[in-house]
Design a binder for this molecule. Sequence first.
Ligand SMILES: Cc1ncc(COP(=O)(O)O)c(C=O)c1O
Length: 376
Amino acid sequence: MNNEIQMVDLRRQYQKIQPEIDAAVLNCLASTAYINGPEVKRFQDGLEQYLNVTHVVPCANGTDALQIALMALELNPGDEVIVPAFTYVATAEVIGLLGLTPVMVDVDRDTFNVTAEIIEAAITPRTKVIVPVHLFGQSCDMGPIMALAEKHGIYVIEDNAQAIGADYLLADGSGMKTGAIGHIGCTSFFPSKNLGCYGDGGAIFTHDDALAEKLRMIANHGQAERYYHSVIGVNSRLDSIQAAILNIKLQHLDEYCNARRRAADFYDASFAEIGELQTPVRHANSTHVFHQYTLQVADGKRADLQEHLQKNGVPSMIYYPVPLYRQKAFSKYVSADFELPVTEELCSAVLSLPVHTEMNDDLLGLITGHVRDFFG
Ligand SMILES: Cc1ncc(COP(=O)(O)O)c(C=O)c1O
C-alpha cells in the first residue's frame, strides 16, 4: 500500500465502493451499449433530480460543456464575455476559441469569487455573457449577479466544475444547487472533482426547454435527427461506462461533500491562531463543498511553507500561480500593463492543502502539525 499523502485519495475512495463500481462497469461491458447506453439516460435523470434542474445534457468534459453552452447562445465574433482572471484556463479558453472576447475581471479577496459589483464595472454594450466561476467549492453571490444580468439583458453561464453539491442560500432560507441558477450551468466530472468519474466527463444544465434542445443538438454534431445537421456542432458524449460509475458516485455526493467539509473544519480550527494564514472565508450565502482548501499565506512565506511541507511529505498546490491575463495565449486581449490587484495578490499568496473524502483525524493531525511547526 502506498502511504504517501495525496492531494486527493481516489484509491481509498474506490476501494470503499469497489464491488458496486466493478459490477456496474462489467455490466456495461457485457451490454455493449458503450455509447448513449441506458446508464447515460439514468445518470441524466438522476442528476436532474439531484440539482432540481429541468434539463441535464451530459457531454465529454467540462471544457466542452462551457464551449457548447457558449455555442448555444448564438453569439457574434467580438461579443464580450466577462470571466474572472483567477480561474482555471478552461473557463476563458473556450471564449477565445469561439472568436469571442474574454473580458477578465478581478475577484473578491475573501471568497476568490466574482461579485455583481466587480462585473458591473466591466459591462459594455458588447457584453453578452457573464461566466461566474464557483471557485474552490463555494457559490458566487448569484442573486445580485442574476439581477444585474436581467437588467442588462445578458446571459449567465455558471462554471460549476468545482462546486457541484453546493447550495446557494436564498434570503428565505431555502437553497438552490449551484449550476441550476444561471441560464446555463456547466460542470466537469474529472476524477478529482467532487463528483468525479474514472476518466473525462462533463454536463450542461438548464431550465430552458429551447436552450436544452440546442445544447443537445450541438453536442451531437448539430443534429436533432440522425444525418440531418441543422447547425455546426461537435461530438461530445459522456461514455456509458463513465455514466455507470457516476450513477453510483452520485448517491455518495452529499456524503463526499460532508467529508471534505469536515476536513476543512479541522484545518480551520488548527490554524485559527496563526496570524500569517488566512483560512477560507465561508460566505453566508453558500454552503462550501471544499473542492479545494485554499489558504492565503502572508508576507511572502508561501514558498518556504511549501518547501517545509514537501520535505515532510505533505503535498500542496498553487491554484493558480499566474493570472489569465499574464498567460501568453491571452495577451492579445489585454494591454501589456493590464493588472488586477486582488488576482495579483492571490496568485502570490494562495496555497491549497490536501482535501478529499478519505481524510481521518490522524492524517489531518499530521498535516496541520507540519503547518503549525513551520509557524513556530
Ligand atoms: C473551474 C473549471 N472550469 C472548467 C474545467 C474544465 O473541466 P474539464 O477538465 O473536465 O474539461 C475545470 C476542471 O478541470 C475547472 O476547474
